[in-house]
Unconditional design. Sequence first.
Length: 295
Amino acid sequence: MEADAVLAGPRVLERAVWTAREAAHAQRAHALTAAAVERRGRGQAHPVEDFLFTYYSWAPGRLRRWHPGVGVELLDAGEREGWAHYAGTARGVVVDGASLRAQRGPTVRLARDVLAATRTRPAQLGCFGLHEWAMVHRSSPEQVRHAGLPLRLGHAGTDAVVESHRIRCSHYDAFRFFTPSAVPRNELAPTREGQAAQEQPGCLHATMDCYRWAMKLSPAVPGELLLDCFELARDVRELDMRASPYDVTPLGYEPVPIETPEGKAQYVRAQRAFAERADPLRAALVEVCDAVLAA
């Protein structure tokens, strides 16, 4: 279901309708998380697919709980009475935007500021994923973040790529992992405080953060929108690692060799497609923020 259709849908849902959506959501979420849950049970890590459960720190089970979105009344939903940020009505329950605003107002306002501002800017498509390369620049083998994966060009080759390219990383949560030798090579100096003024839609990490904001706005975000954001973040993470200095072929991924003209062109095409795919999700999340702040 499209995000705009979810938000524009009926404000009152009969039990048969909302339980059907709840069941469809649980099935979709299970398909998206089952492999991660199985790996976790075996104590096995996956440097690409587990990122959304480690860096963002929300367990797979959080994705499986469906919410209708702020202001939607669920009829005959007594089992949800007492859920955080839900309020009882004469006929059922509703997600309580006022309660969410009272507890997380600054987060909601920040989310809105960042998401709305990002939509106003043109996508910058010339970074080529060099943030991942800058995270291992001039590092020793034991300092590499994904020690289980070899560097595709080796340490010297990786350093040469960093040192022969212009680096303009605008995303603070990528920049803060640059090695000390790579920090001064970045033409920008992104900060947490300046996030709303710095984010731009071509940034892969800013696009993955649609999922981050959707989780932080829960339960005001409809479940369908949350999973759309998760799927987008999952696909972006795959490109992020395929274009990284790591050799991901043992994991079944084809590298995107951004050190070559062909690899750069491939990266930009995917980057542009992700920016276009993210825009309606950002718009929907801004609408959620507005609804919470107006509640």
